[in-house]
Design a protein around this ligand. Structure first.
Ligand code: NAP
Ligand code: F7E
Length: 323
């Protein structure tokens, strides 16, 4: 019999790649789908897997819906990817972010504990928990210092996962993933904002690109590589926490340079720094150490930043031409 997985946030970037990955491994994939007035399944359609996912309506802010989803899917594995994931919005909607990204994790773990305690659980934790970094390169032992309501909420989600593992012997793992991007990245995140603008500027549909702090540094990888690490964590005998990163950090400025060079342009001719995009508190630099994931999981990133940016610019050129 095929294994069953329940993926929350299945319509998001990671949810779509993870669903594709699990279907490829023969899983029956249930996707928790929050009711929206607009179409949110475009990523699943782009990957050609929309009609292979079994949707269950539910919301991380509605504990009863999570219980129903766990009872209905009877999953062997649960991947909690659902979140208000945009750091910038978390200052505008701090309570929603706390409810979904923090308490929502506790609600889902409770549903697991009560109705499917033998299911293996993955929590989507984040490098944003390191925030004001306490070590030059961050690993599983680096102290946390979140810098946004998003980071604070995710820290609760992380610790409640650790706590349920230790309190109730749940097989609950937390992946501390550094930034990962793809052609399916939401347009509000900086890499996709840049790749979309590069395509529009190249095709004469836009002139300038307004950005915030282009001196910020991030450890960027490809989402398609990172979902495999999530799965590998749940295949281990023992649940644990892992940093997933490339071990390379790059400024937003240099990422722009790479993206504009993909189409033969100079970013300095188009990028305008606009204080409107600065954040109330910034995470200046992130650089992960994925040694534990490499040693224990045998996981390695396969895609360089240049390859990733080229892939994103290519996809956006294609989209803009089709418009
Ligand atoms: P994403 O593209 O923003 O996807 C988030 C998903 O969560 C969407 O499917 C969204 O559905 C769903 N969602 C939002 N609020 C919900 C709610 N109240 N109830 C149920 N579903 C809800 O994010 P992503 O980049 O795929 O990231 C996946 C997870 O990893 C998130 O938890 C994120 O915080 C975390 N993470 C991401 C990164 C990264 O660099 N991408 C790094 C570390 C951790 P709608 O589209 O319908 O709103
Ligand atoms: O910002 C700077 C911005 O919004 C990256 C989420 O997936 O990764 C993501 O969070 C950097 C920041 O991602 C603009 O200030 C400059 O320093 O692409 P981002 P993020 O905030 O790092 C982590 C790991 C997650 O967990 C989150 O869910 O780029 N930046 N100018 C800008 N950022 C945006 N969005 N827009 C700009 O115009």
């Amino acid at each position: 019999m095929s294994k069953k997985a329940l993926v929350t946030g299945v319509t998001g970037q990671d949810g779509a790649y993870l669903a594709q990955f699990l279907l490829g491994k023969g899983y029956e994939v249930f996707g928790l789908h929050a009711r929206r007035s607009t179409d949110t399944k475009w990523r699943l359609r782009e990957l050609g897997i929309c009609d292979r996912v079994r949707f269950i309506e539910g919301d991380l802010a509605d504990a009863a819906s999570l219980q129903r989803a766990v009872i209905k899917a009877e999953p062997d594995e649960i991947y909690n990817l659902a979140a208000q994931s945009f750091v910038g919005s978390s200052w505008d909607q701090p309570l929603l972010t706390g409810t979904v990204d923090g308490l929502g994790v506790a609600a889902l773990l409770e549903a697991v504990r009560q109705f499917k305690p033998d299911a293996r659980f993955y929590q989507a934790s984040t490098s944003e928990m390191f925030g004001l970094i306490q070590a030059a390169q961050q690993d599983e032992n680096t102290p946390f210092y979140p810098r946004s309501p998003y980071g604070v909420a995710k820290l609760y989600g992380h610790w409640i996962t650790v706590n349920y593992r230790e309190s109730f012997a749940l097989h609950a793992s937390s992946g501390i993933l550094f930034n990962h991007e793809s052609p399916l990245r939401g347009i509000e995140f900086v890499t996709r904002k840049v790749s979309d603008a590069v395509a529009r500027i190249k095709l004469g549909k836009q002139k300038e690109l307004r950005l915030g702090n282009i001196d910020a540094k991030r450890d960027w990888g490809f989402a398609g590589d990172y979902v495999e690490a999530m799965w590998l964590m749940l295949q281990q005998d023992k649940a644990d926490d892992y940093v997933v990163a490339t071990g390379v950090t790059t400024t937003v400025r240099d990422m722009c340079k790479i993206a504009f060079e993909c189409v033969g342009l100079n970013y300095q001719d188009h990028v305008v720094v606009d204080p409107a995009f600065f954040r109330p508190a910034e995470v200046d630099v992130l650089l992960g150490n994925p040694a534990k994931a490499s040693l224990v999981l045998g996981w390695r990133p396969r895609t360089s930043l240049v390859q990733l940016v080229e892939m994103m610019v290519e996809a956006d050129l294609h989209r803009v031409r089709r418009e």
